[in-house]
Design a protein around this ligand. Structure first.
Ligand SMILES: [Zn+2]
Length: 57
């Protein structure tokens, strides 16, 4: 034990989690999203995202 390092899987490169600041279209709260917000497209914070998620299953 001792070779267990954080982010040691997949050799990196794809593990970068860039966060982009955005404003939630639902509540207007500032939030961070793991993708680049597209102008004109709605962005939701985690709370509103969950609320909007359709419960079909
Ligand atoms: Zn929100």
């Amino acid at each position: 034990m001792g070779e267990f390092e954080e982010g040691g899987f997949q050799g990196g490169g794809f593990g970068e989690r860039e966060k982009h600041k955005a404003t939630c279209s639902e509540c207007g709260k500032e939030c961070e999203v793991p993708f680049k917000p597209t102008p004109g497209r709605e962005v939701f914070c985690t709370d509103c995202w969950r609320k909007r998620k359709p419960r079909r299953f």
